[in-house]
Design a protein around this ligand. Structure first.
Ligand SMILES: [Zn+2]
Length: 502
């Protein structure tokens, strides 16, 4: 979603200092990052979370959030201390029931030191009591906490958790969630998964949401505001929960005309990707001024602007495709973003073909022909774009072009077997671009390293012979612009133009 403004070089260098080998049993601090070279301080080392229980209370009038996070985890080393990623004010931390000391460090680290060291491979329970005004907190000079006239929203990529709950903030450490939020009566709280219960007491209503499948931290969302909640079931049997701000104004109709088709589109995508991986689906449209959409697990975040020009089913297809490509199968490192965005974009191309507005081949040819060789577009390698270009247009469009090249190389039978098999192969886990290449080679029985190198990793336009080999732009004369292009490109412009508002 965003151009990152940090210069990771120095941070990487610091993390790559050789660890001093200690005696095997000597406890040491957990690393302040999980080891992702794009974002050296995102996530943490030394433990693996299995479940977050978040019990919160939020007052929209003042933006005051208070809560208790109970985190179930398992240690992966002998630990003298460990970090959580978090920005709010901490009142108390307990580890296995015993109060622990804690201190803030760096941009978003909360360093927790238990009274006695923790042994490797042991279950731990960490309780963090906290409070604060999220809109007053920033890291690296930005915030992703969006206040609205009636509440607030946490939905952003790659970071949104720091403003509302302490976590091991990296997709490598997925966990299940219970998110219970008390808000003033007349206000609703939206999160991921299934609404287990609501209850009212003394002017406050509590919403208890549960996501029972592993979920990445950045895919965990919270929205508080005045919402109209709709429910239903898709023809294929997937329960649907959608929510619309009551203040969407002229965008209300087009938002509903798009998002109410979630069940139909989930079923349609299941034909390509296999069974829908979660126990519920849906989306929500809060009253934000942002421009983007985000594939928050089971409950997609849509900015009202996505629907300013009328209904847009293409963006709904994109975000729902992520439920398989990105949410159930998550990236291992942020360099693997092509697995998310290339395939979500390709799903939009499949939808375009289904709607008779341009075939995937026509869209691929158009991408190839409409960017001349000296266009900076080709300098971005979707297979490892670098943190500054992680959400560059090329990751989407060149990324989907690469998928069409793969399809033409291995043929439709193998291609659609890969498309459907991959989400099953790595369901609820993590995988990399290299894993995908190996999988596609296994299914197709072909060596694909040259193809992947040309279309995903070279920082120049694939030359005409390579394009002909991959049956890209084989017709004479430049490809015409497919009818669906404007709607698909509208999704992109919003992705690319939405910078952090400090
Ligand atoms: Zn996307």
């Amino acid at each position: 979603m965003h151009r990152r403004l940090i210069a990771p070089g120095a941070l990487v260098a610091a993390l790559l200092l050789p660890a001093i080998p200690a005696f095997a049993a000597a406890p040491s601090p957990g690393a302040p990052g999980i080891g992702d070279p794009y974002y050296p301080y995102y996530g943490n080392g030394g433990y693996d979370v299995s479940h977050y229980d978040l019990r919160l209370r939020y007052q929209p009038a003042t933006d005051e959030l208070e809560g208790t996070a109970t985190i179930l985890a398992r240690t992966t080393q002998d630990l003298s201390s460990f970090d959580l990623d978090f920005l709010l004010d901490v009142d108390e931390v307990r580890v296995n029931g015993v109060s622990a000391s804690f201190a803030s460090s760096g941009q978003h680290e909360l360093v927790v030191t238990p009274r006695t060291p923790l042994a490797k491979d042991a279950p731990i329970t960490v309780v963090v009591r906290y409070h604060g005004v999220p809109s007053t907190k920033s890291a690296y000079g930005f915030t992703t906490w969006h206040r609205t006239p009636d509440g607030a929203v946490a939905a952003d990529e790659p970071e949104s958790a720091w403003w509302w709950y302490p976590s091991n903030d990296h997709p490598l450490d997925k966990a299940t969630y219970d998110v219970s939020v008390a808000v003033p009566d007349g206000t609703q709280a939206i999160s991921n998964g299934t609404l287990q219960s609501t209850s009212s007491q003394a002017g406050w209503t509590r919403y208890a949401w549960r996501e029972n499948k592993p979920q990445a931290t950045y895919l965990t969302t919270l929205a508080v505001g005045r919402f109209d909640i709709t429910t239903g079931t898709s023809e294929g049997g997937v329960p649907i929960v959608n929510a619309y701000s009551k203040d969407l104004g002229d965008n209300d109709g087009s938002a509903r005309a798009s998002v109410e088709r979630t069940g139909e589109l989930v079923d349609w995508l299941s034909g390509y990707f296999g069974p829908y991986p979660f126990s519920t689906a849906g989306g929500y449209v809060p009253n934000t001024t942002t421009g983007y959409a985000l594939e928050t697990q089971t409950r997609v975040y849509y900015s009202p602007k996505q629907f300013a020009n009328g209904a847009n089913t293409s963006v709904v297809v994109h975000e729902l495709a992520h439920q398989w490509y990105g949410d159930s199968v998550s990236l291992k490192g942020w360099k693997d973003i092509w697995i998310n965005e290339g395939f979500a974009r390709y799903a939009q191309w499949l939808w375009s073909e289904h709607e008779g507005e341009g075939t995937t081949q026509q869209l691929a040819d158009y991408v190839y022909d409409s960017h001349p060789a000296d266009d900076a577009f080709w300098t971005v390698a979707p297979g490892d774009p670098g943190p500054d270009d992680q959400f560059d247009l090329a990751v989407y469009d060149r990324g989907a072009l690469a998928i069409q090249a793969l399809r033409n190389e291995i043929g439709d039978d193998a291609f659609f077997a890969v498309l459907k098999g991959w989400p099953h192969e790595h369901a609820y886990g993590n995988a990399s671009v290299a894993d995908f290449e190996a999988y596609a080679e296994r299914v197709s029985g072909k060596s694909l390293s040259a193809l992947f190198d040309t279309w995903l990793f070279q920082t120049s336009k694939p030359a005409a012979p390579a394009a002909r080999t991959a049956s890209i732009s084989a017709a004479s004369g430049p490809a015409a612009r497919p009818k669906s292009w404007r709607r698909i490109a509208a999704t992109n412009d919003l992705h690319a133009s939405d910078l952090h508002a400090n």
